[in-house]
Design a binder for this molecule. Structure first.
Ligand code: FES
Length: 164
């Protein structure tokens, strides 16, 4: 049908558009690598899609990111948590603050256990045992509509960084 053909045409245009954008992006990236890198680096996380009371895992700039969503009745730490609507979110880079290994999450103990020197963090990234002394780091983030944008420093993150 006519409508069908029009829809096809539009999707073809969209593909061409994206292809064009990418080649322009590539062209400019040689001129402006830092800016391009930053744009590509953001990871978008839909707040609604996050499970409650168990960490969810993402990647940002090849780094593991872990987000714990809890109800507003959970303990709230202004330095580590952000309140959005009825929930509290703890956003962490899943890299051990001892020497940079990637801890594994154990759902049974609700701990992050580092395979390198047995450092242990609790589910909100606080050091518990072993050679670890610093909490898991909060990546820059911003709240945009119903999303967390990991990799861009928004108001909430800057507030948090000030309190840290
Ligand atoms: Fe994780 Fe040493 S790197 S405990």
């Amino acid at each position: 049908s006519d409508l069908h053909r029009r829809v096809l045409n539009y999707s073809f245009l969209a593909l061409v558009g994206i292809g064009g954008y990418h080649s322009v992006g590539t062209m400019f990236s040689s001129l402006e690598p830092p800016k391009k890198a930053r744009l590509d680096a953001a990871t978008f996380v839909a707040l609604d899609a996050l499970p409650l009371n168990e960490p969810a895992f993402f990647t940002w700039q090849k780094k593991p990111i872990c987000i714990l969503k809890q109800e507003a009745t959970a303990a709230y730490e202004p330095k580590r948590d952000v309140k959005i609507g009825e929930y509290i979110y703890t956003i962490m880079i899943g890299i051990c603050t001892h020497l940079g290994c990637v801890p594994k999450y154990s759902a049974s103990t609700k701990e992050f256990i580092c395979p390198c020197h047995s450092g242990v963090f609790d589910e909100k990234g606080h050091p518990l045992r072993g050679p670890v002394t610093k909490s898991l780091v909060t990546p820059p983030f911003k709240v945009q509509n119903d999303y967390l944008v990991i990799g861009e420093a928004g108001e909430e993150y800057l507030h948090m960084a000030k309190k840290a």
